[in-house]
Design a protein around this ligand. Structure first.
Ligand code: ADE
Length: 234
């Protein structure tokens, strides 16, 4: 997988993409990532990348020219399939399923907006898909880009030591993960459930499956689609 991130603030991203699991995977070449400074594409003599909105209103809108030129320049360098994504609260909500879907592309171009958004014509001309990371408004798309890179890159081969990590984790099968414990066996009077220490693997598996289901019902019942809900959709 190759990521191209388009931003006005490349420095914001450096730390994240060079640290911990993601940083190590990048250093090993398990994925490649490049950041592009949108401002370096502006043809404005004052290096401006934004302007006031037509029709009035607050704030500034990122202009077409620098973004479109940047996207087109990046596309020229890429081989293979490309998905161009713009981060916006108007996009479809990002989730584990979407992270898996994005793995089908060889390249992801991730456009981070700022100010009051971008000129709509950028979206019409160059964007395949808008993604939101939640129903709240951020000052920019950089955190969203970090989230999408993290959630997709960790699914690539070799990034996590043990592929079972993501086969068993929360949401991989649409359910939350069962509770986890490590030593000591008793902490401040709270004991690790007996079933986990008795060495019976069949029982442990059964307990974990039950806990997964119970937790999901309690904490995120919205993740469990009942037959009735499925039928209502039809
Ligand atoms: N930019 C601003 N808010 C956002 C959100 N919720 N998701 C993705 N990008 C954004």
């Amino acid at each position: 997988m190759h990521y191209e991130i388009l931003t006005l603030f490349p420095d914001m991203l450096d730390n994240y993409f060079n640290t911990s699991i993601i940083g190590r995977a990048r250093a090993k070449g398990l994925f490649t990532l490049n950041t592009n400074d949108i401002r370096s594409y502006t043809k404005d003599k004052h290096r401006r990348v934004d302007d006031s909105p037509y029709g009035g209103g607050f704030g500034l809108v990122m202009a077409c020219q620098p973004i479109v030129d940047c996207i087109r320049d990046v596309k020229k360098r890429l081989n293979g399939s490309v998905r161009t994504i713009y981060f916006s609260p108007q996009g479809s909500l990002f989730n584990q399923q979407k992270a898996k879907e994005l793995l089908q592309y060889d390249n992801l171009i991730l456009l981070c907006g700022h100010y009051e958004g971008i000129d709509e014509r950028v979206i019409e001309l160059e964007i395949d898909e808008e993604i939101s990371i939640g129903d709240y408004v951020l000052t920019g798309g950089e955190i969203a880009a970090e989230i999408v890179v993290d959630a997709t890159a960790r699914l690539l081969e070799g990034v996590l030591k043990d592929p079972e990590c993501y086969e068993k984790e929360s949401l991989s099968d649409g359910l939350l993960e069962y509770p986890q414990y490590t030593r000591p066996r008793v902490f401040e009077g709270l004991e690790v459930p007996e079933v986990l220490v008795n060495g019976n693997h069949a029982e442990i598996k059964k307990w974990q499956a039950e806990q997964s289901l119970l937790r999901t019902l309690k904490k995120r019942p919205d993740l469990i689609k009942t037959d009735n809900e499925e039928k209502k959709k039809c």
